[in-house]
Design a protein around this ligand. Structure first.
Ligand SMILES: [Zn+2]
Length: 136
């Protein structure tokens, strides 16, 4: 794929790994760091420009950094999030970020464009030295 759009952001959230026998089974928080890498075989218009000069708006890859009251994951209790519930491991959160981000990017495509060439890789750091990657 000729183009890769890459952006990083962070969000702070609390969680409990329900049923985990150890410290992760107690309420605690992380400053999660996220890298989104979206590759594309061609350029497209966006919601803000009609010419075919973009992979996507960077903004469409950064929705999760918004406050939880505005649809993001910042300052959330992840176990109360309807798409995560009690399974709030880095693996599950990364897969959720992947699914939801691609859904939002595809929602912005023009009619007739299914975006088959788009590939997204999500890297989620739970701590500065521990991360999980998810892509298909
Ligand atoms: Zn944790």
């Amino acid at each position: 794929m000729p183009w890769t759009l890459r952006t990083e952001f962070a969000f702070d959230s609390a969680h409990v790994i329900t049923g985990y026998d150890g410290p992760c089974g107690r309420l605690h928080g992380h400053t999660y760091r996220v890298q989104m890498a979206l590759t594309s075989g061609r350029l497209r218009p966006s919601a803000h420009i009609q010419r075919n000069i973009m992979v996507a708006d960077f903004k469409s890859l950064k929705w999760a950094k918004k406050d939880v009251t505005q649809g993001g994951l910042d300052h959330a209790f992840l176990n109360e999030h309807p798409d995560l519930r009690d399974d709030t491991t880095a693996e599950v959160i990364a897969a959720y970020l992947h699914r939801e981000t691609l859904r939002r990017v595809r929602e912005c495509l023009e009619p007739g464009d299914a975006g088959e060439d788009l590939r997204l890789k999500v890297t989620l750091w739970e701590t500065p030295d521990s991360s999980c990657e998810y892509w298909e």
